[in-house]
Design a protein around this ligand. Structure first.
Ligand code: MN
Length: 302
């Protein structure tokens, strides 16, 4: 089984699809399992619905390939499928915690998990092929925010060029990932921009969205994607924060940062921890409490 973190992103989905097809080419039966569904913007990568949320009846994996996931707890419910007798292969570009005694391929200097998979394909002397090239290109493109974040490196761009030569279409991938907004997501963005809160002379820009904001825009949770990225484009801003009410007194906090301040440093102390520029965590309580705690933590790092 090939699994990745809760709320999977482009690097998760693209890398998982490429890994599963690689395993199949090696005559291994591979199933992709994630707790959460493929976000709309990455569904073009999985037209046949290969990414599932449970194992098929009678399928008992002997190996779990865990991609782009810094800790098994980040698998959510999928962690329960990993019995002690299952070998866990960890492949990640975060500071991941591998299972003791099990194989791992970790490189925190790599731009993305996809970049590591390209290296692995070379090492195994397996063919790339246009399908895998497209999946891996999408992952490689999306993790550094469309080649904008600091993890955009000469190496990742040269891997991107290689994947384009192998048949990935950069224009199609960018258009699918960045230019497929729904009306409801635009309405939600407009509502969010109407609720801007500035702190620390604009170095922190915050928006909190309640259930009624989503309802009145006809928006779903996924429509909030990209709002926090928009906040951090303001000239003075170092930290963009989006607080979203979720059921059961949970507030989902999304953080984007730029400059010296690191989103994962802020998120780590609150139980998150992942990307240096884009991270998140879940807080208990109401929006006011979540806002205060987040601002308190951010002021330590500003
Ligand atoms: Mn990643």
């Amino acid at each position: 089984m090939v699994c990745s973190h809760i709320e999977p992103d482009g690097d998760s989905i693209g890398s998982q699809l490429a890994m599963a097809s690689l395993l199949e080419d090696m005559n291994k039966e591979a199933v992709i399992v994630n707790q959460d569904a493929v976000p709309c913007r990455y569904r073009f990568l999985d037209p046949h619905g290969a990414v599932g949320d449970k194992l098929p009846e009678g399928f008992s994996p002997d190996t779990a390939v865990v991609l782009d996931c810094s800790h098994l707890s980040r698998l959510g419910k999928v962690e329960d499928l990993i019995h002690p007798q299952i070998m866990v292969i960890t492949i990640d570009h975060h500071h991941a915690v591998p299972q003791p005694g099990d194989p791992a391929y970790l490189d925190p200097k790599a731009s993305s998990t996809a970049e590591l998979l390209v290296n692995l394909i070379h090492e195994l002397q397996m063919p790339m092929g246009p399908l895998r090239a497209g999946q891996l290109y999408a992952a490689l493109f999306s993790d550094p925010g469309g080649f904008r974040f600091p993890n955009t490196t000469a190496k990742s761009l040269s891997v991107a060029a290689e994947l384009a030569l192998e048949g990935a279409d950069p224009h199609v991938v960018a258009a699918q990932i960045l230019e497929q907004r729904t009306e409801s997501s635009l309405r939600l963005l407009s509502r969010a921009l109407g609720k801007l809160e500035m702190y620390e002379d604009g170095r922190v820009v915050l928006v909190s969205l309640a259930d009624e904001d989503f309802q009145q825009c006809g928006a779903c949770a996924e429509d909030a994607e990209g709002i926090v990225d928009f906040l951090v484009t303001m000239r003075e801003c170092s930290v963009g924060l989006l607080l979203r009410q979720a059921p059961e007194h949970i507030i989902k906090v999304n953080i984007r940062t730029r400059g010296k301040i690191k989103a994962n440093r802020i998120a780590e102390t609150m139980g998150g921890g992942g990307h240096p520029n884009a991270d998140g965590y879940r807080a208990r309580g109401n929006v006011g409490q979540a806002r205060e705690r987040a601002l308190q933590e951010i002021r330590r790092w500003l």
